[in-house]
Design a protein around this ligand. Structure first.
Ligand SMILES: C[S@@+](CC[C@H](N)C(=O)[O-])C[C@H]1O[C@@H](n2cnc3c(N)ncnc32)[C@H](O)[C@@H]1O
Length: 157
């Protein structure tokens, strides 16, 4: 199984990018991982919030295959602790799917089309994080999940 994380817009912050790249490097030791960054369409046209979400949604769905498991990162989603999240990853690996795709929405969240195609929603907290910050937090949780599955000392129970 491979894991893909789809996000909207580049991160300008060098320190954040550095941390993200560091965790991607660590994670890649355990699983084939791809960060797919969809270019920010925000200022390209005078779009309404709905139009922007719809356009982002079309781009998001164009980066997925029908055989993927598609999971959205969403404040309203299901919450896991890190150990349960590692089991969740293991279950997907056991299921035989080729690709597990997680998606972080743009500044206004997801379009209806994306919600309709998704098989699940995961929340990292009831608080809202920026679409930039959440990618670091989530990639760290992916890495943590694999260290838990391997019984490695990164996570202290
Ligand atoms: C700035 S937030 C968008 C908030 C917007 N109110 C919405 O309707 O989703 C951008 C993206 O970051 C992710 N995100 C932010 N906070 C999150 C959280 N606590 N748990 C999971 N994902 C989160 C989601 O993917 C969200 O679409």
């Amino acid at each position: 199984m491979t894991i893909k994380l789809i996000t909207i817009g580049k991160t300008d912050n060098k320190q954040l990018t550095h941390l993200i790249n560091d965790y991607i490097k660590r994670l890649s030791f355990y699983i084939k991982f791809q960060l797919e960054i969809i270019p920010d369409i925000k200022n390209s046209k005078n779009l309404s919030e709905e139009q922007q979400k719809k356009k982002e949604g079309t781009l998001i769905l164009s980066k997925t295959n029908t055989t993927d498991a598609l999971i959205l990162l969403d404040e309203q989603g299901k919450q896991y602790d890190s150990v349960h999240f590692s089991n969740y990853l293991q279950k997907h690996m056991n299921s035989g799917i080729k690709q597990l795709v997680f998606v972080i929405g743009g500044p206004y969240g997801f379009s209806e089309e994306v919600y309709n195609k998704a098989q699940g929603k995961i929340s990292l907290s009831k608080m809202t994080f920026s679409h930039q910050m959440i990618r670091l937090f989530f990639i760290e949780q992916l890495y943590r999940g694999f260290t838990i599955l391997r019984n490695e000392p990164y996570h202290h129970r």
